[in-house]
Ligand binder design. Structure first.
Ligand SMILES: Cc1cc2nc3c(=O)[nH]c(=O)nc-3n(C[C@H](O)[C@H](O)[C@H](O)COP(=O)(O)OP(=O)(O)OC[C@H]3O[C@@H](n4cnc5c(N)ncnc54)[C@H](O)[C@@H]3O)c2cc1C
Length: 387
C-alpha cells in the first residue's frame, strides 16, 4: 500500500496552520515546526481580532477573494465545531469620494456588492459615538466582521494535533528548497516530500536571497480602549470603522465577544525586527495612534486606554501576497502586508489544490497576488475540495 505524501510546514501562524489544514485534508501527513508557543504572542496572527471585509480600494482581486474566503472559513468552523466570527458590518468614512473610499465604491458596485451611501447627518444619527469632523463621504456595508484571531489559531492548532498533525517546537536556521528540508538550531534536520515556509515577519531574515529584496518587516502599533459608558452600547453594536481621513486615517475594531475596542493604522512603518524588538509599545507610539482617533471619537477624553502593543506586518511594496514555489518541492507564503489573516484558510486550500494538481500551480502566484482575472481553474478546484 502506498504511504501518504509528507509535508513539512515552517511556522504555526494562521498561514502555516492553514497550509497544514489544507494539506491534511488532501491526505498529506503533516509536521509543523514552530519556534515559539502556539499561539505565538510575538507572531502576526494573534491578539483578539482581525477584520474581514469586501471594501478593498482598487485591489479588486482581493475583493473577489473575500466570498471564497468566507466559504473557506465555513469549513474551518465546521472542523472546529464553533463559529469564531462576529458580523459587525463596515462603516467607511473619508473627506471625499476620491481615493480609497471612491475606489472601493466603484469596485463594490462593479462586483455586485450592496452598500449604502450615508450623508454626514446619517452617520451622526446612526453612530452617535462618532463625530462628523471632516467627513465628506461615507458608506455602510452589512457583510463584514471580526475574526477572533487568537482563539482561531489556538483552536486550529488543537484540532490539527487531534487529527495527527505533529506540531514541534524548533527553530529553523536554514531552508533548503530543493530538498524540502529545514536545518534546526539544535543541529537536527527535518525534511518531507513538500515544504511550506510561512515565517510571517521573520521571512526576510530566514530567506535573505528570495524574500528580503521583496518583503520587509514593519512594526505597527495597536491601542486598546474602553469606551466611555455613554458610548458603550454604540460600540457594542457598532461596525468596524475604516476612517480614511487624508491626514492619517485609522481603523477601529468594535469590542465584540468580550474583547476591547482596538484602534490602529495601516500606514507601514517599514522598520523593526520581528525577532529582536520588544512587543511593548512606547507612550509616544501609542500617542501617535490616539492622535489619529481622537478627532473621530466623540468624548474621546473620557475613553480609558487599556494598553498598547506592537505587531509586525510583512510588507510587500504593492501589498501583494507572495505565495510562490521556490522549487518543485517548496512553497513560500509571505508578503501579507497587514491584510492576510482573512485569507489564511482559503490560501491553505489553494496551496493544497495546486500541490495535488500541478497543472494549477502556475495560476497560484498571480491569483494570490490579487491580480485579475481570477484563476477559474483554481477556484473550480477549491469548490471541489473533499469535505
Ligand atoms: C496589527 C495587525 C493587524 C492586522 N489586521 C488584519 C486584519 O484586520 N485583517 C486581515 O486579514 N489581516 C490583518 N493583519 C495581517 C494578518 O494578521 C497577517 O497577514 C497574518 O497573521 C500573517 O500570518 P503568518 O502565519 O504569515 O505570520 P505569523 O503569525 O507571524 O506566523 C509565522 C510563524 O512563524 C514562526 N517562525 C518564524 N521564523 C521561524 C523559524 N526560523 N523557525 C521556526 N518558526 C519560525 C514564528 O514564530 C511565527 O509563529 C494584521 C496584522 C497585524 C500585525
Amino acid at each position: 500500500m502506498a504511504s501518504s505524501p509528507t509535508a513539512l510546514v515552517l511556522g504555526a501562524g494562521i498561514m502555516g496552520l492553514s497550509a497544514a489544514w489544507g494539506l491534511a485534508r488532501r491526505g498529506f501527513s503533516v509536521r509543523v515546526v514552530e519556534q515559539d508557543e502556539v499561539p505565538n504572542p510575538r507572531g502576526a496572527s494573534v491578539d483578539h481580532h482581525r477584520l474581514i471585509r469586501h471594501a478593498y480600494g482598487a485591489q479588486a482581486g482581493y475583493m473577489r477573494m473575500v466570498d471564497p474566503a468566507y466559504a473557506a472559513w465555513d469549513l474551518v468552523w465546521r472542523d472546529l465545531g464553533e463559529v469564531l466570527h462576529v458580523p459587525t458590518g463596515v462603516l467607511a468614512v473619508s473627506g471625499g469620494t476620491a481615493g480609497w473610499l471612491g475606489e472601493s465604491r466603484t469596485a463594490l458596485a462593479a462586483g455586485g456588492h450592496a452598500f449604502t451611501d450615508l450623508t454626514v447627518a446619517e452617520v451622526a444619527a446612526r453612530f452617535p459615538m462618532l463625530t462628523e469632523a471632516g467627513i465628506g463621504a461615507a458608506f455602510h456595508m452589512a457583510p463584514g466582521g471580526v475574526l477572533l484571531a487568537g482563539r482561531i489559531v489556538e483552536g486550529l492548532a488543537k484540532r490539527l494535533a487531534r487529527q495527527g498533525v505533529a506540531i514541534e517546537r524548533g527553530r529553523a536556521v536554514a531552508v533548503d528548497p530543493a530538498r524540502a528540508a529545514l536545518r534546526l538550531a539544535d543541529g537536527g534536520e527535518r525534511s518531507a516530500d513538500l515544504l511550506v515556509v510561512a515565517a510571517g515577519p521573520w521571512a526576510p531574515r530566514l530567506l535573505p536571497a528570495v524574500i528580503a529584496p521583496r518583503v520587509v518587516a514593519s512594526r505597527q502599533i495597536l491601542v486598546l480602549l474602553e469606551p466611555t459608558p455613554r458610548h458603550r452600547e454604540g460600540w457594542a453594536n457598532g461596525p468596524m470603522l475604516l476612517d480614511l481621513a487624508e491626514e492619517g486615517g485609522f481603523y477601529a475594531v468594535p469590542p465584540v465577544a468580550g474583547t476591547p475596542l482596538k484602534i490602529g493604522d495601516h500606514r507601514f512603518s517599514r522598520t523593526g525586527d520581528a525577532e529582536a524588538d520588544p512587543r511593548e509599545a512606547s507612550a509616544a507610539e501609542a500617542e501617535e495612534i490616539l492622535a489619529l482617533a481622537r478627532p473621530r471619537l466623540r468624548d474621546a477624553a473620557d475613553y480609558r486606554v487599556l494598553g498598547a502593543r506592537a505587531c509586525y506586518y510583512d510588507v510587500e511594496a504593492g501589498e501583494r501576497f507572495v505565495v510562490e514555489p521556490l522549487s518543485p518541492r517548496c512553497l513560500v507564503m509571505s508578503g501579507f502586508s497587514g491584510h492576510g489573516f482573512k485569507f489564511g484558510p482559503l490560501l491553505g486550500l489553494a496551496i493544497a489544490a495546486a500541490v495535488s494538481d500541478p497543472a494549477l500551480m502556475p495560476a497560484l502566484p498571480g491569483w494570490a497576488a490579487g491580480e485579475a482575472p481570477p484563476a477559474a481553474g483554481l477556484l473550480a478546484a477549491l469548490e471541489g475540495v473533499p469535505a
